[in-house]
Design a protein around this ligand. Structure first.
Ligand code: SF4
Ligand code: SF4
Length: 288
């Protein structure tokens, strides 16, 4: 079963400055104007079917318009499932309001733990509070980047997160065009943290799905803060798979799947939403 999904970068701005951030500082800026937010909401209102709208950034909560207009607008005007990727730095009253506004509509909160800017203890306290405030059937998952040279800290964080009853999702560090080559000191800890051949639900190891039929562009796309839509992150990086712009009316989805032409699939969202032949949801459906 495929879950149509759009990953919407609602802003570039972020209140953190992680040393391993895949987005360079130059691009971690900006947000849409109030008029553009209104046009984005018009677009989502007319997007046919029920999509999962996963908001990302930057840091979504660092953009005022996110909680003032985007979340209330999507909840009130569209039927879509709302998910978000956040560093969980927003003050508790803001997160509590998010839980209230998304009641009955929330899919997944992907909470990213950035140990350069918070402690695992403070983060887990907030994550547990939010988990208890959101819909009972919504999921809250804790992500952490396997930052080279700091894997002891990540290992300790994993222990604390899992002991608290939260799901821990390790992510190998991505660099331009691929994944970081861990040295021999870090490699054993990376293997321990991600396990052997983990599924895309258990870890992000940025595999290659070259040649497999993929619905990116047809039932999955990424949307930037300026309204440009791309089939997936890798196609965007390659300057291919542009689907037009949702703000100027040129947006159009592809009609069906195409074979993946890339050696890296850096994000697990397409795999975990059943977009890729033989992977994630699609693989389970085939096995059943
Ligand atoms: S919180 Fe995320 S977007 Fe912000 S600097 Fe860190 S990795 Fe980059
Ligand atoms: S498999 Fe991944 S990289 Fe390939 S087209 Fe699909 S989403 Fe893009």
């Amino acid at each position: 079963m495929r879950q149509p999904t759009v990953e919407w970068q609602v802003c570039g701005v972020c209140n953190y400055d992680c040393s391993y951030c895949i987005q360079s500082k130059k691009y971690r800026v900006g947000h849409p104007s109030a008029d553009d937010v209104a046009r984005f909401l018009d677009f989502f209102e007319t997007l046919p079917g029920t999509w999962e709208v996963k908001t990302t950034g930057g840091e979504p909560f660092a953009f005022k318009g996110f909680m003032e207009r985007i979340v209330p607008g999507l909840a009130a005007r569209t039927p879509h499932v709302l998910s978000t990727l956040t560093n969980l730095s927003a003050p508790w009253p803001v997160l509590e309001r998010f839980a209230r506004l998304t009641r009955g509509r929330l899919g997944i909160v992907s909470a990213s733990l950035h140990l350069e800017f918070t402690t695992v203890e403070a983060f887990v306290d907030k994550a547990l509070r939010l988990r208890d405030a959101i819909d009972a059937d919504a999921r809250l998952v804790v992500n952490a980047v396997l930052a080279p040279g700091r894997l002891d800290d990540v290992t300790r964080a994993k222990e604390i997160v899992t002991r608290a009853g939260l799901t821990f999702f390790p992510q190998v560090m991505k660099v331009k065009g691929g994944v970081h080559a861990y040295d021999e000191l870090d490699a054993p800890a990376v293997s321990r943290l991600v396990g052997i051949s983990p599924s895309p639900r258990r870890a992000n190891v940025a595999p290659s799905y070259r040649g497999r039929a993929c619905w990116a562009g047809a039932e999955y796309f990424v949307l930037t803060q300026t309204g440009d839509a791309w089939a997936c992150r890798t196609s965007k990086r390659a300057g291919e798979g542009r689907l037009g712009n949702v703000l100027d009316g040129t947006f159009a989805l592809a009609s069906g799947p195409t074979p993946c032409a890339y050696d890296i699939c850096p994000c697990t969202v397409p795999a975990n939403r059943g977009m890729i032949e033989g992977v994630g949801r699609a693989a389970r459906a085939e096995a059943e």
